[in-house]
Design a protein around this ligand. Structure first.
Ligand code: UT7
Length: 343
């Protein structure tokens, strides 16, 4: 008879125990980004809902922004940092193919030795990482997981690209996921559509880059983030209502049970369309952090959660739908109980 391998059981329920964020210090107006793309404050406001965003300086790195957000998340969770045994970093702007950024972030936090890895699911990265964290705690592989969404998109878009330069921005958000008496993270509804892989992408890979240097010269060929904005807009407006409804249903709830909706802050108009088609009840607050923060990809949901609670639009303990979507194309959604936070 084959030897029997031992198995582990984890927590019956999980929750987000604490939330922290880092917003870069420099506030950038629409007028500042509009010049190089022949745009205007009015066009950017009406098409995207953005009024200002934050751009990170040289000393505001993926590591430093992540560590600052994580320290506040750990404090809000009221646990000792030593209780964290896994770090997951969702990002598309850690610009090394190897090694991942998470081990270095863990070490920076004094957590050298814990499991630490990055995931790449574009703007949907935070909700993917939250799903992994919750299941790791339920499965017994980890007890407390630090989930970080972080981006320095200013390193990746072309300031002269009309399709991206006004939209994307920088920042970090972190949460601690751990065991809970009551269910605080609902089942995740997620998926992807690889037929649309081109819709948000790095426009060339490293091999192509070096081939093109020889052909065209260095200045002409630097890889940049590229986006077919209208295609993504249409896909989001059409496909995500069902994802939201499914996430609410698998949590055993109805839209009336929601105190808040925290969509990925992609575009103010997409956020409004989603809220309208879902017929959210009047008491349900809608996160609209894009106005002051821009689109920070994998960092946008924790940043928007924090802004909402800081402004008093939602409270810790409230029930919120999270829905994230972007490059892949990929998406993930779950209903959560809003956590304690530190601003
Ligand atoms: O976060 C990951 C997921 N990403 C998203 O969900 C982004 C989804 N897409 C969007 O948010 C929108 O597509 C954008 C905000 C990026 C663009 O808005 P749009 O309404 O799709 O603009 P468009 O590209 O269809 O362009 C409309 C018009 C065009 O002019 P005409 O042909 O109507 O005369 C463009 O030439 O606006 C013009 N235009 C601009 N004008 C000023 C395009 N870009 C700009 C610009 N400034 N930056």
């Amino acid at each position: 008879m084959a030897a029997r391998i031992a198995s582990v059981n984890g927590a019956e329920h999980t929750a987000i125990l604490g939330l922290g964020v880092y917003r870069p210090t420099r506030i950038v107006t629409n007028d500042e980004v509009a010049g190089p793309i022949d745009s205007s404050d009015e066009w950017i406001r009406t098409r995207s809902g953005i009024r200002t965003r934050r751009f990170a300086g040289k000393d505001e790195t993926i590591i430093s922004m992540s560590a600052a957000a994580a320290r506040d998340a750990i404090e809000a969770a009221e646990i000792d940092a030593e209780q964290i045994d896994c770090v997951i970093v969702a990002t598309s702007t850690w610009l090394l193919l190897t090694p991942a950024g998470a081990p270095q972030i863990a070490t920076e936090l004094g957590l050298n030795g814990v499991a630490a890895f990055d995931i790449s699911a574009g703007c949907a990265g935070f909700c993917h990482a939250l799903a992994l964290a919750s299941d790791l705690v339920k499965g017994g592989t980890a007890r407390h997981v630090l989930v970080i969404g972080v981006e320095k998109l200013t390193d990746t878009f072309n300031p002269k690209d009309r399709g991206t330069a006004f939209l994307f921005a920088d920042g970090a958000g972190a949460v601690v996921v751990g065991p809970s008496e009551e269910p605080g993270i609902g089942p995740t509804v997620w998926g992807s559509d690889g037929t649309q892989h081109h819709a948000i992408r790095q426009d060339k890979d490293w091999v192509q880059f070096f081939e093109e240097i020889e052909e065209k010269g260095l200045d002409a060929v630097r890889p940049y983030l590229a986006m077919e904005g209208t295609a993504v807009f249409r896909w989001a407006a059409h496909s995500l209502e069902k994802v939201c409804r499914d996430a609410i249903e698998v949590a055993g709830l109805t839209p009336d049970d929601l105190d808040a909706m925290v969509p990925h802050q992609a575009n103010g108009r997409i956020i409004e369309i989603m809220a309208r088609v879902l017929k959210l009840p009047e008491h349900c607050a809608l996160a609209n952090d894009i106005e002051e923060t821009g689109n920070t990809s994998a960092a946008s949901i924790p940043l928007a959660m924090e802004a909402m609670m800081r402004k008093g639009d939602a409270k810790p303990g409230g029930t919120a739908l999270l829905i994230a979507f972007g490059a892949g194309l990929s998406y993930a959604a779950q209903v959560v109980t809003l956590p304690n936070f530190k601003s």
